[in-house]
Design a protein around this ligand. Sequence first.
Ligand SMILES: Nc1ncnc2c1ncn2[C@@H]1O[C@H](COP(=O)(O)OP(=O)(O)O)[C@@H](O)[C@H]1O
Ligand SMILES: [Mg+2]
Length: 401
Amino acid sequence: MEHFSVIQSIIRAGLSGDSGAFDKQVVRLRTRLEKAGATKEAATIERLLKAATETKDIKPSRVEVSRARISGEVLTPDTNPPIDRETGASLCQVHFPTGERNVPVYEGRVFETVAGLLEEWSSADALRNVGVEPTRSLLIFGPPGSGKTLTATYIAEQLGLPLVTAKIDGLISSFLGTTARNIANLFDFANRYSCVLLLDEFDALAKVRDDPQEVGEIKRVVNSLLQNLDHRRAFGVTIAITNHDRLLDPAVWRRFETHIHIGEPGTQARTKMIERFLAPLKPEPPIFSIIAYCLEGHSGADLERICVSLKRSLALSGESHDGPGLFHALSAVLSRLPSQDHAPARILASDPEAFISLIANDLDFPLKQAEIGQATGYGQSRVSDIKKSKRHLTLMEAARA
Ligand SMILES: Nc1ncnc2c1ncn2[C@@H]1O[C@H](COP(=O)(O)OP(=O)(O)O)[C@@H](O)[C@H]1O
Ligand SMILES: [Mg+2]
């Protein structure tokens, strides 16, 4: 049998648990296949290798941060948060660490930044020895539902500190002059206790700035914010979040040492999130790739919502909790969603066979015909027939017309 010696080496490396040697032998097999003209198989191995390295990047952090050394009194559930004196509404909400590690799923680079930040805190002494401090201010920006608030919660949880969340909306009072006082009260509170301060929905400032009636007031608010941010550096960690990065004042940007952009999740991240959100269902993994392919362009929050709908649909339809059951449920759920921008989702919503024709003909789609057949319940030979029919082309052309 051709290539058997390489396969043998792969098995040996796999059994001995030597992942370096394992990777090397797999690369060897890919090269051999390529040279033997088996380009499709070689490409499949290439994709598997690529997928494996990308998943490694976004695996949960194992950095355990020792209780952060941030000055301040201990915040307890009995501590009263500051309130807006005119309305009596709380200026912030306090979330205490629960010990739960809801690790967000990111593209490699975002993960590195967050992990790096946590590492600074776990190595705070080493940093102080060379006269620097761990990063204390962070600005997170990106589209809605991308996991920004989740990231702030995760960081506070990892630091073992309560998270004091203030919505800028809530700070801006309808009573002139009260806003600056609200901001001062909020920062006094956050600086007094050992905590992470989260300024969520920073964009609210930009909204008010567009209102010509409020120009004077908003200038005061921005100035007061900047002063408070500068002063806070001596106390604790501050995270600000915004959906609309362009609307932020450059002076606000400069106040933050690190900026993290969380964008739309890529294929690997989508696949991982779908797997997580579909739990406790445990179908064979290939269906995750199909769902991820269909749901390109959706945020993490969207994916979570769609996965909940999938589970509901599956439970009510009485279909099996496996790939084929989920494939039908996905088609049904997509057909109920408002119009889809993404062609594969649109095609699956109206014609599952055309969708199979699409993925079977797409060279970039990672699954082989046999896997598509198994994951969807159509079987390999039916998938092969559908592939030849190219019936997705009519739908694609109809959409273009
Ligand atoms: N990157 C992600 N990883 C894991 N879950 C996510 C991610 N992005 C969004 N979610 C899910 O969507 C929910 C809402 O996300 P959230 O952090 O509030 O988004 P944002 O603050 O960016 O608008 C989260 O609680 C989580 O369940
Ligand atoms: Mg949010």
